[in-house]
Design a protein around this ligand. Structure first.
Ligand code: FES
Ligand SMILES: [Fe+2]
Length: 389
């Protein structure tokens, strides 16, 4: 499965969680979390985790000279390009709450569209038109650390003193290169972000939710391996021999042949999960076999506790210069992801309608349950219970 340490950055918050390495395989008995620990798992009632780098936007979203507004972690934010980088400010004028994104950019500063207060990239107001001689001191809006790692723009919404750009996940394959090519998609989802992470760690749903897109009947019962510990959650599922769905069979020339389909799902942080897919033609002689790889960065940014921004970057290591194939794969993946969005939004409706309910878990949920406990610990670490006085 490769080195987990190489792939998963440890955040300041993650280091607060003690490791507990575990493994399980399909068919083996596994402790089934249920009522006793339900409250120890993150859900839509758990505070959002702020000390983490999240993707605020795609680089392409930020056009020069334009203000880009987006709600992130229950805060309205305005982002814009400056001469030397990108600025991110609270999108709420300190004067009378006008969204700064309704204003305009002037010399790397934002001018409010209501009474003209002007803010620099640090959020400090340096000009009030009604008092042109001397700007009143102490007027400011919050600014946020922001770093562009094309094709993504990352933002830190937590304690500014903990914002370390070295902690930004830096998978080189997310960018077009001589080895990888791909494309990006975005969806707005009416669900808490925890449930999308959990969805990505239990792909047994492919046989059912994705039966008409990229699932196959044998997927749900295929053997899997789970690895958890210290903020690391990895599930590897091997489906072989199997027949590939068209989205993978057509681009690889494996229509109607016995193939191996090995998927590794890796939780990286509250903001990110990777899905890595290996495809192999089992009907070819050993010496003629080649592996095809597709990787998806599942980029998850809570908008609120009940909605999220879902960016995804899908790359492959074959047909690198085939734009039509990029479009075919992206279209197919999007169709499948719409099914996930449908399920997550249905789950959300039911959970909100009947908030008191004890869900049951099975062995395939072990990574998801461990991940949700980890998220709960991170949230508790940021929001310690108040002590009675
Ligand atoms: S609300 Fe922005 S200047 Fe008055
Ligand atoms: Fe799915």
């Amino acid at each position: 499965m490769g080195s987990i340490q190489d792939r998963i950055p440890s955040t300041a918050a993650a280091s607060a969680v003690r490791p507990s390495h575990e493994r399980s395989r399909a068919g083996q008995a596994a402790p089934v979390p249920s009522r006793a620990n339900a409250n120890s798992m993150a859900d839509e009632t758990t505070p959002l985790i702020r000390n983490c780098w999240y993707v605020a936007a795609l680089s392409a979203d930020l056009a020069p000279g334009k203000l880009f507004a987006r709600r992130l972690l229950d805060v309205n934010v305005v982002l814009y390009r400056t001469e030397n980088g990108i600025a991110a400010l609270h999108d709420r004028c300190a004067h009378r709450s006008m969204p700064l994104s309704d204003g305009y950019i002037q010399d790397d500063k934002v001018v409010c569209g209501y009474h003209g207060f002007r803010y620099g990239t640090e959020g400090i107001c340096d000009h009030v038109p009604s008092q042109p001689e001397r700007c009143p001191g102490g007027i400011s809006v919050r600014s946020f650390p922001v770093v562009e790692h094309s094709p993504h723009v990352w933002i830190w919404m937590g304690d500014p003193g903990l914002a370390d750009p070295a902690q930004i996940p830096g998978a080189a394959w997310m960018r077009d290169s001589d080895e990888w090519t791909g494309s990006h998609g975005y969806m707005h989802v009416k669900s808490n972000y925890v449930f999308l992470h959990e969805n990505l760690l239990d792909l047994s749903h492919l046989s059912y939710l994705h039966a008409k897109t990229f699932g196959t009947p044998d997927y749900a019962s295929a053997p899997f391996d789970i690895q958890t510990g210290d903020g690391e959650f990895i599930v590897q599922r091997t489906v072989a021999p199997t027949r590939l769905p068209p989205v993978y069979a057509e681009p690889t020339g494996m229509t109607g042949v016995d193939a191996a389909r090995i998927v590794t799902s890796t939780y990286v942080s509250p903001a990110l999960s990777y899905t890595e897919l290996l495809l192999r033609n089992l009907e070819l002689p050993q010496e003629q076999r080649r592996d095809f790889h597709l990787k998806t960065a599942q980029i998850i940014t809570p908008e609120s506790d009940g909605t999220l921004h879902y960016h995804f970057t899908v790359v492959r290591d074959f047909a690198l210069h085939d734009q039509a194939m990029s479009e075919f794969i992206l279209k197919s993946i999007k169709a499948a992801f719409h099914e996930d969005v449908y399920a997550l939004e249905r789950i959300t409706q039911v959970r909100l309608g009947e908030p008191v309910f004890h869900e049951r878990s099975v062995a395939a949920d072990r990574a998801g349950v461990a991940m949700r406990k980890h998220l709960k610990k991170l949230a508790d670490h940021e929001n310690p219970p108040t002590q009675p006085v």
